[in-house]
Design a protein around this ligand. Sequence first.
Ligand code: ZN
Length: 208
Amino acid sequence: MAKLYFRYGAMNSGKSTGLLQTAFNYEERGQRVLLAKPGVDTKGDSRIVSRLGMSRDVDFLIPPTADIRELFARQAAGDDPDALVQHVDAPPVACLLVDEAQFLTPEQVDDLFRIAILDNVPVLAYGIRSDFRTHAFPGSRRLLEIAHSLEELKTICRCGRKAVFNTRRIGTRIIFDGDQVAIDGDEVWYESLCGACYLEASNGRLGS
Ligand SMILES: [Zn+2]
C-alpha cells in the first residue's frame, strides 16, 4: 500500500532541491516519476527551481479547482495532448512529486491521498507549513491532517537556531498585511526566522 508523504519546512529549507534529488534517485534506478505543482505559483512558471541552481519542467500544472487524480491518471497513461512533457510508451509511474503543495485546496490534498491508496502510487508533497502571519496554508493543514508520513525539512535562522516562521518584509520592515499568496517580487522578500527572532522582529506580535 502506497503512502502520502508531506515534507514541510519554512521557506528556503531546500524543498525544491529535495524534490529534484528524489526524482533523480528514482530515475537513476530506471523508474518513471511525474512532477506537478499548482498553477497559482508564478515563480518559475512550469519549472521547479532549486536555489542551488537546478531546475526542471513539471509534467503538469494543477489548476486551482482541478481534480488531481484525474489529471494524474491522464498523465500516467500518457494520453494528454496538453502534456508539457510527452511520454511515448508510458511505463507505470513509481512516484508522484508535488511542489508548492501549500497552494493546493484541501480537496486536492484528498485527491493525493486517493492516488496513494486507490492507485497505489506513492505521493510526495513538498510545501511550506505556515504563511507570513504564522497560520497554516489550507493545503498544508490538510496534509498535516491526513498524510501518512510527516517530515520536517530544516533551515537555519540568522541566529543559528532552527527557523520555523516566514516573515514577509519590505526593506527591513515586517509586514502582516496582504494576501496569503504573494510571490516574491522586487519589493517584497521573505526571511525564515526562529520563534525568538520572529517575536523580536514583530515586537511581540504573533500572526495577525
Ligand atoms: Zn533566530
